[in-house]
Design a protein around this ligand. Structure first.
Ligand code: ADP
Length: 484
């Protein structure tokens, strides 16, 4: 698939440190999850390389923070333009290494690029404040300054967007960054870095540390232990988020964390059932269920339960599974065998505990799993407690509004939630009662660049996107001026 790139020079396999492409002492393989074939081997950096990268980012910081906001904005805007001009090639690289269907990959390029565009604009709006003085001999003000060298550790499910959502506000604010992309999907990240250079990003401002699984752990330790790195932004599992937090305690590092979810999707008796089915398809099966905001548990009220389940299962059965480059494919492969194992385990557990299989249910050849629906789900099933992160929809029946709210909130996670209702009172009641950072009401997809994305409880810290997305990358400084 990668032989068809319009611009083959976007296929980078070396790491980027201080403006230099670096081959590293060893290499690791990147595979196509749809075929198992090797796509490339990529620089496998070490802890020592990470030290060098931090030093490069620190050396580049004074000049970058001294640029005017508009100067940084112009470079970011150029980067956005190049990302969009190369949308097809970037999407091709993404589908090859990540597996999502090509049209979906193109969508992610546009979504990922939109954060660069948005924060190019927001760069010029990092405003301070003047405050009323408590003494007429003084003047008081607040300025916002870039926090310093920032690190981004990102996952494989959105190989571009999870990088730009962190890096664009950091760069806009005047920070320099080092990025540790997921070892399963470094090629999209490296292509984006090449475009950043073409956009005029100065050497050392944006650095890319590629590393395999083991070296990523070693690199993570160096990043957490560094006094120079002032902020870590991480998207990934709650388990790794906890490790990074613990490792960062000695340096009291600021952190933005976007961790696991366990999204409820509630359909009330007064919902538009067809619309709810549409939303359920989008929320559950996008990226083969491998997004942290994918609906994980479907709660459907007794009055519309049979209707919803029948319509939903029929649509799921019609989904075409296959290589993301083939026409009409709605669901590609899962990212790795461990992902297949988890879905298989959740489905088998649900069926063993009385679930009724209405669609799919089986592993296919290679890394593919059938889109699956199981009805009669119950609270004792694994799928009620753990995030499946795959194409499996368990459907639970409920009777009262309070029952649905209690079940939805009965988790340590609090990222995205969804519900369908046409009753205005219920929309307010349930919208306020759900303990989640994001609530989709009569929609199955809610993210875009100018809204705050993030979770409560153990789903994370901070918000990405929107004007709030800049907050984590600036420090607030109070200036108190006397002798006026
Ligand atoms: P996922 O469940 O999405 O695979 P992970 O949390 O395992 O998420 O990984 C997300 C990112 O975190 C990847 O870039 C991975 O290399 C990195 N990572 C995993 N473990 C560690 C660790 N102990 N220290 C630093 N980075 C890590």
């Amino acid at each position: 698939p990668l032989s068809q790139l319009k611009d083959p020079s976007l296929l980078k396999t070396d790491a980027l440190i201080g403006g230099q492409w670096v081959a590293g002492g060893s290499r690791f393989d990147v595979l196509d999850p749809a075929t198992g074939h090797k796509l490339a081997d990529v620089a496998n950096l070490t802890a020592a390389d990470a030290e060098a990268t931090i030093a490069a980012a620190n050396a580049a910081w004074p000049a970058w923070r001294s640029k005017t906001a508009k100067e940084r904005s112009i470079i970011l805007r150029k980067w956005f333009d190049l990302l969009m001009a190369n949308q097809d090639d970037l999407a091709r690289i993404m589908t090859a290494e990540q597996g999502k269907p090509f049209p979906e990959a193109k969508g992610e390029i546009a979504y990922g690029a939109s954060f660069v565009e948005w924060f190019a604009e927001e760069a010029k709006r990092v405003n301070g404040e003047t405050l009323p003085q408590f003494d007429n001999n003084r003047r008081l003000m607040v300025i916002k300054q870039p926090i310093g060298v920032c690190a981004a550790i990102t996952p494989w499910n959105f190989p571009l967007a999870m990088i730009t959502r962190k890096v664009a506000p950091a760069l806009a604010a005047g920070c320099t960054v080092l990025i540790k992309p997921a070892e399963l999907t470094p090629l999209t990240a490296l292509a984006a870095a090449e475009l950043a250079i073409r956009a005029g990003m100065p050497a050392g401002v944006l650095n890319m540390i590629t590393a395999d699984g083991d070296n990523s752990i070693a690199v993570g330790k160096v990043i957490c232990a560094s006094d120079v790195v002032r902020h870590i932004s991480f998207t990934g599992s709650t388990e790794v988020g906890r490790i990074l937090m613990a490792q960062s305690a000695p340096t009291v590092k600021k952190m933005s964390l976007e961790l696991g979810g366990n999204a409820p999707f509630i359909v009330f008796d007064d919902a538009d059932v067809d619309s709810a089915v549409e939303g359920a398809m989008l929320s559950k099966y996008r990226n083969a269920g491998q997004t942290c905001v994918c609906a994980n548990r479907f709660y459907v009220q007794a009055g519309v339960y049979d209707q919803f389940v029948a319509k939903f299962a029929a649509k799921v059965k019609a989904l075409k599974v296959g290589n993301g480059f083939d026409d009409g494919v709605a669901q590609g492969p899962l990212i790795e065998d461990a992902a297949i194992d988890k879905v298989s385990r959740h489905v088998a557990d649900a069926l063993a505990k009385g679930g009724e299989l209405l669609a799919g249910g089986h592993k296919l050849q290679g890394q593919f799993f059938e889109p699956t629906v199981v009805a009669n789900a119950t609270a004792d099933m694994l799928c009620a407690k753990e995030e499946t992160f795959g194409p499996f929809a368990p459907v639970f029946k409920f009777t009262t509004e309070q029952e649905a709210i209690d079940a939805a909130n009965n988790t340590e996670f609090g990222l995205a939630s969804y519900f369908y209702s046409r009753d205005i009172g219920r929309i307010y009641r349930v919208g306020e009662a759900l303990e989640y950072g994001m609530v989709g009401i009569n929609v199955g997809i809610l993210a875009t660049e100018h809204v705050p994305f993030g979770g409560v409880k153990q789903s994370g810290l901070g918000r990405e996107g929107s004007h709030h997305g800049m907050d984590d990358y600036v420090e607030i400084k109070y200036l108190c001026i006397g002798d006026i």
